[in-house]
Ligand binder design. Structure first.
Ligand code: GLY
Length: 375
């Protein structure tokens, strides 16, 4: 066994062992950020609801442990309660149903999951603004707010649900929307140096671009590392589903920027452009997401990639395993320490995040050559 497979296999075994224990505590609920060792729970309508069941499906695929399957299925069933909740659901429908219903459909061929996935795809498609070519991100967060012109880079990861729906139904409408949104993102989100805007605001009537908002990054002109990671993986997935080289170029630009700005241990700070005096916490989740994107980008490039992206993806995952893993701490429910969810709002800073855990496990499963992508 070569070195890479050796450590990845060890990491996989440690993950399996830890989740066997933590799954008894977390159960079929919806963890988000682990504070003082315990995962705080969110309602089923929160954007992170798919990551825990998605992680359980990745482990079930190899272990066939029925308890993982039952928990993941129960999480998916609970999402039925929110699919009709017009006010709470936003563009993150993609994250939520790809890692529950699409995953179960791909693994087990379950018809009820296929139906749920298609319904979710309809709701996501319905958020498309035809004049601005963007999928609207959120609904108003408070009374009177109008964010109907807001689009965010994270949405690139929601597009695979639309590609899947077109593939399953033979109806191209879904993928047409995914392509129009991705083209818009290449134009308005990926900057020439490969850094990425988090939020772009359009006039929802005319579709004209109005301004850029810093969102979860430090400032509009800074470089939120998780946003760059969403761009790397999302653009690479758009290339996977369409074969359009424009997305591959955009992914490479974002990847080059990301890799060039990594610190020595290969795990990014929460923003790559922080002024002096602002705490440079790590965001391990950005590292895990980017690693998955880099591994796929390398595969997409075939022989042309000189393995640069694969090596970077492996190094990030290896560093997360050796320097950031909570393997020795029985009282910690998270797998990967030091994620930063939302620094500007002071939320969930320097803690394990369920999406960091999910993408770490997905990255390992890619390194070990386990089955097909859920995306
Ligand atoms: N999609 C929200 C985030 O990355 O925090």
């Amino acid at each position: 066994m070569d070195f890479e497979k050796d450590w990845a296999q060890q990491a996989w075994e440690k993950t399996m062992q830890k989740v066997s224990e933590t799954s008894q505590r977390i159960g079929d609920r919806f963890p988000h950020a682990s504070v003082d060792g315990v995962y705080k729970l969110e309602p089923a309508s929160w954007w992170t609801a798919g990551f825990w069941p998605g992680l359980l499906w990745l482990l079930y695929r190899e272990s066939k442990d029925e308890s993982f399957k039952q928990l993941a299925e129960s999480c998916e069933q609970q999402l039925d309660q929110v699919i009709s909740d017009y006010y709470k659901l936003d563009h993150d429908i993609g994250f939520m149903w790809t890692l529950t219903s699409v995953a179960r459909y791909k693994l087990l061929g379950a018809e009820d999951s296929k139906r749920r996935g298609l319904l979710a795809a309809n709701l996501l498609a319905a958020r498309f603004n035809v004049n601005g070519n963007y999928i609207r991100a959120w609904n108003p967060w408070c009374e009177g707010e109008d964010n109907s012109g807001w689009a965010i880079i994270d949405c690139m990861m929601n597009l695979p649900l639309l590609h899947w729906a077109s593939e399953i139904t033979g109806d191209p409408r879904y993928k047409h929307i995914a392509i129009r949104h991705a083209d818009m993102a290449v134009e308005h989100f990926i900057r020439p140096d490969g850094s990425v805007n988090h939020i772009v605001i359009f006039d929802p009537q005319t579709g004209e671009k109005l301004e850029v908002n810093g969102g979860q990054g430090f400032a509009p002109e800074s470089a939120w590392s998780r946003g760059t990671a969403w761009a790397i993986y999302g653009m690479t997935l758009s290339h996977l589903h369409t074969g359009d080289p424009e997305y591959l170029d955009a992914a490479k630009r974002a990847a080059n920027f990301f890799i060039a700005n990594l610190p020595e241990d290969y795990v990014p700070h929460w923003d790559f452009r922080l002024p002096e005096g602002i705490p440079a916490y790590r965001d391990s989740s950005a590292g895990a997401i980017a690693a998955c994107g880099l591994l796929l980008l390398d595969e997409q490039l075939g022989g042309e990639g000189s393995a640069l992206y694969r090596r970077a993806g492996e190094r990030i995952l290896h560093s997360l395993f050796t320097n950031y893993g909570a393997w020795e701490s029985e009282s910690e429910e998270g797998l990967i320490l030091h994620g930063t969810s939302h620094f500007p709002e002071g939320k969930n800073i320097d803690v394990p995040l369920i999406y960091g855990d999910y993408y770490f496990v997905e990255g390992l499963s890619r390194l070990l050559g386990h089955g097909e992508l859920f995306w």
